[in-house]
Design a protein around this ligand. Sequence first.
Ligand code: SF4
Length: 302
Amino acid sequence: MSNIIFGPIPSRRFGISLGVDLSPDTKQCNFDCLYCELKPAKTIDKMTSYPSVDEVLEAIQNSFAKHPKIDVITITANGEPTLYPKLDELITKINEIKNDTKTLILSNGSTIYKQEIFDALLKFDMVKLSLDCVSQKCFKKLDRIHANIDIEKIVEAMIEFRKATTNDFVLEILFVKDLNDKDEEIELLYEAVKKINPHRVDIGTIDRPPAYDVKPVSFETLESIAKRFENINVNIVYKNRPKQINSYTKEEILSMLERRPLTLEDIDNMFDENSKKELEKLIEMSKISIVDSAGLNFYKIC
Ligand code: SF4
C-alpha cells in the first residue's frame, strides 16, 4: 500500500495539517468530474482497495510521535473518502486518540443521504462538501456521476445535516466555464445554499490541469456570483487574485457589507489605507463585527 499520510503541511487556515489518504493506491471515486486533477477513471460505488482502520490509526500515531504539534487531521482520498467502508469506525477511533487536534473531511457530498455516512460525518469537527450543480442535467454533465446518484436527495440531506450538526459545515462550489456558470444554474445554487444554510461557502474555479478539456471562469465571474449570494458568508478562492484597490466611505462600506460579508483577503484586495481606517472606526462604533465562520473571519454588519 502506498503512503496513507501526507504532510504535516502548513495550512493557512488550519495551522499544521496532517493529510490522510484513504485510497492511496488508485483513484476510487463515484464521480469522474470534468475538472478533476486526477486522471479520468471509471466510477465506482465501493472502494475495493483501502488501508485497514488499524493501519490508518498506526500511521496517524506515528505522525503524532514525530510531529507533536498537529492542528488538524484532514481525511481525504484519491477519490471519494466516504466510499471507505469503515468510515464510522475510523472517525470514532481517531476521536479517541486525537486530543485537541481537529478533524476535517473533504468529500464530494454524494453519499450524505446514506444514514451511516450522515452519522459518521456528524463525528467530524469540520465537514467540507462539494455542491457544483443543483439541476440533475448539469450534475451529470459536470461531475459525471455514478448511476443513480440523485442531486435532490443530496440537497435534502445537506439541509438536515446542517440542522443536526453542532460543528463546522462548509460547502464548496467549483465553477467551470459554460457549465455551471449559467444564470439559471447559479440561481438554483443560490436557492439551495439558502436552504442548506452552511457556515460558509467557498467558491472557486479550476486552478490545476483538469482531467478533461474544460476551462476556468474568471475572477470577475466569481466576484459577481459572490454578490448574487446575498447575505451568505462567501469566500472566493482564487490563485493570484487581482488587486482592485479603491477608496470607500463609511456609507459605501456599510452598503457593501449589507449585501455580502467580506473576508480579510477581500479587504486587503479592495480597500486602500483610508478605507481600512474607516472600517476600523465602524468596528469601534459596533456597526460592524468580525465573525468566525468555520475557521475564517468575516466582516459583517452587526
Ligand atoms: S469528486 Fe473529487 S476525486 Fe472524484 S472525480 Fe470529482 S474532483 Fe476527482
